[in-house]
Design a protein around this ligand. Structure first.
Ligand SMILES: NC(=O)c1ccc[n+]([C@@H]2O[C@H](COP(=O)([O-])OP(=O)(O)OC[C@H]3O[C@@H](n4cnc5c(N)ncnc54)[C@H](OP(=O)(O)O)[C@@H]3O)[C@@H](O)[C@H]2O)c1
Length: 291
């Protein structure tokens, strides 16, 4: 299968390249320097040249707080770019796999969000990703939109790497304890995407649309930090756990408001034979790669 991947230098992009190692798929992977997804002519030219069987979009504007004052760029990368890619997929009649976020929800729910639940983003990032979802579904019938959450990996910048760094520098840390979500290993997400690509290749019947893929056990940022420190200490990555204080979001103001409860149900993906990511197992794997 000829797979065109955008965002190759990001967490998901790098994990997707790892997931393809040892397979016989042909990967055509691009970073922003080679393929700026907001450049309509370039997107059309690259798709024309590669002639992919499937397009996977791992490119995104992911700076949640910066987006509040940089909304034009956030919308360009998160809505216009995916629309341009999806249009090309639509023209070729090939599937387009796109990734979105739990931040399309307002977090007022009391049970895990289903893909069909009402969206209502609290910030520009979530709003731009929601605009992207709508543009993708309008531009390409054969689309899969995977909403994910709290992504971590051995690559790039993420909460796990930040916590490990801070644990080495400080004796005490305060972490927000009133936002709940599902940490997700980018490597597990990459494997789920590859699985969907292969089901398509094998001619399996696919119900196109929006799905949720994230970690299996909801936690707070505070709970996630506690798990990170416990495993990091066990693996000898940090000498000792810092004191961990639970604080409220009010005590840690950020430019973008975040949902209090963005736990998502991954149940709908069972139809692909895909289970939620076991983030605790994957956390140990990622930490072991950081040594
Ligand atoms: N990170 C999270 O916690 C999180 C949570 C929920 C959902 N998601 C979603 O999950 C997906 C993957 O996120 P991630 O954490 O892997 O993101 P990431 O590490 O921030 O990587 C995003 C990549 O997008 C590329 N990019 C940005 N602007 C571009 C443009 N104009 N043209 C082409 N490429 C561009 C960048 O490429 P270069 O490096 O080459 O410049 C970057 O490597 C995204 O759709 C994101 O919205 C992430």
């Amino acid at each position: 299968m000829r797979i065109l991947l955008t965002g190759k230098n990001g967490q998901l992009g790098r994990c997707f390249q790892d997931a393809l190692k040892g397979t016989n798929h042909e990967l055509f992977a691009y970073g922003s320097a080679e393929l700026n997804i907001v450049d309509a002519d370039l997107v059309a030219a690259v798709v024309e040249q590669v002639k992919p069987d499937i397009i996977v979009n791992a490119a995104a504007y992911t700076a949640v707080d910066k987006a509040e004052t940089d909304s034009e760029n956030a919308y360009l990368v998160n809505a216009t770019g995916p629309e341009l890619l999806a249009k090309q997929a639509g023209i070729l009649g090939i599937p387009f796999i796109h990734v979105s976020t739990d931040y399309v929800f307002d977090g007022e729910a009391v049970e895990p969000y289903l893909p069909t639940d009402q969206t209502n983003p609290k910030g520009i990032y979530g709003a731009s990703k929601l605009a992207g979802e709508r543009a993708v579904s309008a531009a390409c019938d054969k689309h899969i939109i995977l909403r994910t959450a709290w992504v971590f990996s051995e690559y790039g910048n993420n909460f796990v790497k930040t916590m490990v760094r801070l644990a080495k520098e400080r004796d005490a840390l305060s972490v927000v304890a009133d936002q709940y979500g599902c940490p997700t290993y980018a490597g597990d997400l990459a494997k789920a995407i590859l699985h969907i690509c292969e089901q398509h290749e094998q001619g399996k019947l696919i119900t196109w649309g929006t799905y949720h893929y994230c970690g299996d056990t909801p936690t707070s940022w505070h709970g996630f930090a506690r798990a990170i420190f416990a495993k990091a200490e066990l693996l000898g990555i940090i000498a000792k756990r810092p004191q961990l204080k639970a604080i409220s979001s009010d005590q840690y103001p950020t430019p973008a408001k975040r949902p209090e409860y963005s736990v998502m149900s991954t149940q709908a993906l069972a139809s692909f034979g895909i289970q939620a990511s076991s983030w605790s197992t994957s956390l140990a794997l990622v930490l072991s790669k950081l040594t």
